[in-house]
Design a protein around this ligand. Structure first.
Ligand code: IMP
Ligand code: MG
Length: 182
């Protein structure tokens, strides 16, 4: 399907099916645990909402906002933390949920921040992985879809705060990017 400079990469039904599979896997892996799920805002909010509604184990949720300097599709090396989690993290099994792992800088910064929290374990869960864009090595434990190094929007992912509401994942083509002013 192609419309208005969007090329659909992953259809809504395929996302839902895969998210259910990921939740089943996590429910099995954490059947003896009560994991703390740390959601990276803003992008991961839609993915997480669907993921946790398919979990069959007890779990807790907390949110963290990280930002990288720069906006649009530019990549940036600097990542800051806006708010810290308030949940108890000591001796907890932590699952960090992100919507996409690109350079890996955001997650590697978050892991550094969480290192002094004395968690029992850490795993990373992402809907999308762009391994060809990786600049910092990072272990990702649960991956929904591996995609090429293209800029995508939808299902929580934005371009200048737009398109998060699309139920599918689409590549934003240069023609449409150039027409968007924020
Ligand atoms: P990192 O490069 O792995 O640190 O990813 C930083 C953040 O950039 C991600 O969590 C997303 O919020 C955003 N990002 C990376 N690639 C894309 C993309 O293709 N579309 C929209 N946002 C992206
Ligand atoms: Mg993000």
């Amino acid at each position: 399907m192609e419309q208005l400079g969007f090329i659909t990469l992953i259809e809504a039904d395929d996302i839902q099916r895969r998210v259910r599979e990921m939740a089943e896997r996590i429910s099995i892996d954490y059947s003896e645990s009560n994991p703390l799920i740390i959601v990276l805002l803003k992008g991961a909010f839609i993915f997480t909402a669907d993921l946790i509604r398919n979990l069959t184990i007890p779990h807790e949720i907390d949110f963290i906002t990280l930002f990288s300097y720069g906006e649009g599709t530019k990549r940036s090396a600097n990542v800051g933390v806006i708010n810290h989690i308030r949940s108890r993290t000591e001796d907890r099994d932590i699952i960090i949920v992100d919507e996409i792992v690109d350079t890996g800088r955001t997650l590697s910064r978050l892991i550094k921040t969480l290192e002094d929290h004395n968690a029992r374990s850490f795993r990373i869960c992402t809907l999308l992985d762009k391994p060809d864009a990786r600049e910092v090595e990072i272990d990702v434990d649960y991956v929904g879809f591996t995609i090429p190094d293209v800029f995508v929007v939808g299902y929580g992912l934005d371009y200048r705060e737009r398109y998060r509401n699309l139920p599918y994942i689409a590549e934003l083509t240069p023609e449409i990017k150039n027409t968007i002013k924020s």
